[in-house]
Design a protein around this ligand. Sequence first.
Ligand SMILES: Nc1ncnc2c1ncn2[C@@H]1O[C@H](COP(=O)(O)OP(=O)(O)OP(=O)(O)O)[C@@H](O)[C@H]1O
Length: 232
Amino acid sequence: MTHTSDKSAVRLRGLSAGYARHTVLHEVTVEVPRAKVTAVVGPNGSGKSTLLGVLAGVITPAAGVVEIGTRRPAFVVQHCAVPTGLPITVWETVAMGRWAHRGAWQRLSKEDKALVGAALERTGITDLASRRLSSLSGGQRQRALLAQAFAQESDLLLLDEPDAGLDSQSRRDIAAAISHAQANGVTVIHVTHDLGEASRADHCLLLQNGRLAAEGDPQTVLQHLRAERMPA
Ligand SMILES: Nc1ncnc2c1ncn2[C@@H]1O[C@H](COP(=O)(O)OP(=O)(O)OP(=O)(O)O)[C@@H](O)[C@H]1O
């Protein structure tokens, strides 16, 4: 992985990646604009989460070049991907976002604690801070994971369907938290099946069968997706 330094936060050239002998992404070449929200859309199994996994550094590309021009990405997985039995509180979950800065066994500084408090506030879960993660609803757990990402103070936020299965108020709150991050210079890459949410992004990527089928202005890309779904 190398680094970009211009108006693109991420640049992929000829990226192929997948699992064992199963190649999922095929020769993806794309640039993601810095300090903007980019929605990633596409059918189930088209490779959206795999793309995030490559950007987060948890999946090693089989071929191609990945250039990331930001500090370490913060990766928010779907709340259902996190074991529900973890014996930790919401505050501890969010404080883990500071480990990259302090190490897991270091005491948190006053500044770290303030950042954890601010992340809890921004995601509307300050009153849940002492609750066990395992006792939360799906939507509350999703907010805690988002708060952990905010506490990392990363310049690149990778979100895998943060709004899936949430009620409309939670979706609005999460959308507002994403906009707030973007307004503060964070590059957001947001995998979503919510086409309304995708249409409000600054930029959009459409994946189909592991290939980039369209990219650019969300309205144009989503028209392309709708046309694919309803052939004339
Ligand atoms: N850990 C894994 N091991 C092997 N194959 C996997 C793994 N994770 C995903 N896949 C396969 O890779 C392909 C792409 O999956 P991926 O999760 O990236 O798609 P997606 O676009 O995010 O789908 P969805 O919209 O359903 O979340 C699918 O065929 C899936 O079965």
